[in-house]
Design a protein around this ligand. Structure first.
Ligand SMILES: [Mg+2]
Length: 398
């Protein structure tokens, strides 16, 4: 018997055009524009990686913006980013694959994500290659929510209309403790609900003194610390035991980002919650954290893991394990995603990116308010346009 006899007709490329357009989905992506924007920081900042000699102080951040428009005139904007090296690489990879979007139905976000991964399959499914894809993916989610005339949080299914927020930008190791205290007060006066302080410098005693000073300064306001992966297992455990007295909301990145077992042991040993995940660049890597019971707070970063599509997969896994959520950076995006998470999350507040957008996020009574604007609710400012270093366009603007 010939097994091919009753086989269905082989379609040349069943994935080429996605679902056939129907009454409700007849739109196509017409135009894509990429912009590499270099955001300068007011002053160079240092975390523990600088004090241990692994990195230079941070002076600027590279943003990869993707703007997408459709035949029917719908539009979306998304971004990816890189600190120190990698921003140009993200831009170049995005440029190589941008043509794959033209002619696609903008609703088929999951399939477009797969298509873009396959286009660059030889450079892998995590890191720089999928971070380039993140800019497109986030723009497509923005577009979909805008077309529905809903904030993205509501399109996803919101649990709340505001999210607890904490400030990091006032707690860097490049600042003397008096300046840290000043900035902490400014953040709290603004309505921000909690503070994160950088630690992990070569002499842990200095860290402890800084924690003590800030704890005294803010009373019982929630306080977290972040060691940026600079401790070994023994130091982290000893430090964590001494720091229990400060009732910290969490200890962030006590160990190497990929030390799943080390984090799990700390989470078991300490009453203080353990947080990590910002350096991981895929769903698979986050799955390892979750599977090893490494964290109390998981800290994914949507641009870093490849966009909102993979981020939502991480949220589903995290929710299943009853984990708490405190995403890393990118408050404009994470505000919507945290609003749609089942457990009360935290969002990280930075002033750095405010000059890039026309809109400012509202903070009140310790919480960041989900904007009542369609989509993600941000647009590029004239200042951001002035910081553009490179652009690339494909398709034809309708
Ligand atoms: Mg951190």
């Amino acid at each position: 018997m010939n097994f091919m006899q009753n086989a269905p007709r082989i379609i040349a490329n069943p994935l080429a055009a996605g679902l056939a357009p129907g009454e409700a989905t007849t739109d196509r992506i017409a135009w894509v524009k990429l912009s590499l924007v270099i955001l300068p920081l007011a002053a160079p900042i240092s975390d523990a990686k600088v004090l241990t000699g692994r990195q230079k102080p941070l002076t600027e951040i590279a943003f990869l913006f993707a703007e997408i428009e459709t035949e029917q005139g719908h539009s979306g904007i998304g971004y990816s980013y890189s600190k120190r090296a990698g921003g140009l690489g993200q831009f170049v990879h995005a440029k190589e694959i941008a043509g794959e979007l033209v002619g696609e139905d903008p609703n088929d976000i999951a399939r477009i994500w797969d298509k873009l991964v396959w286009a660059g399959a030889s450079v892998g499914r995590s890191g720089l290659s999928t971070q380039a894809i993140a800019a497109f993916d986030i723009a497509l989610w923005d577009l979909k929510a805008k077309r529905a005339k809903l904030p993205l949080a509501k399109l996803l299914g919101a649990h709340r209309d505001s999210v607890r927020c904490y400030n990091t930008s006032g707690g860097y190791l490049s600042m003397p403790i008096e300046e840290v205290k000043e900035r902490v007060s400014m953040a709290l006066d603004k309505g921000i609900g909690a503070i994160k302080l950088k630690v992990g410098q070569p002499d842990p005693m200095i860290d402890l003194q800084r924690i003590e000073a800030v704890r005294k300064h803010i009373g019982d306001v929630p306080l977290a610390i972040d060691a940026n992966q600079q401790w070994d297992r023994t130091t982290a455990l000893r430090f964590g035991r001494i720091a229990e007295q400060y009732s910290l909301t969490w200890i962030e990145e006590p160990l190497d980002a990929y030390d799943y077992e080390g984090h799990a042991a700390l989470a078991t040993e300490l009453a203080t919650p353990i947080a990590t995940g910002e350096m991981l660049t895929s769903v698979d890597e986050h799955y390892e954290l979750i599977r090893h019971n490494s964290v109390d707070f998981i800290q994914p970063d949507a641009p870093r893991v490849g966009g909102i599509t993979p981020f939502l997969k991480i949220l589903a896994l995290a929710d299943h394990k009853k984990l708490q959520l405190a995403p890393h950076y990118c408050m404009e995006i994470h505000l919507h995603l945290t609003a749609a998470y089942g457990r009360e999350p935290w969002v990280e507040h930075f002033e750095w990116s405010e000059a890039m957008f026309n809109e400012t996020l509202e903070v009140r009574n310790g919480r960041m308010i989900v904007p009542n604007r369609p989509g993600l609710g941000f647009s590029l400012s004239e200042q951001a346009r002035a910081w553009v270093r490179n652009t690339h366009e494909v398709g034809k603007r309708p």
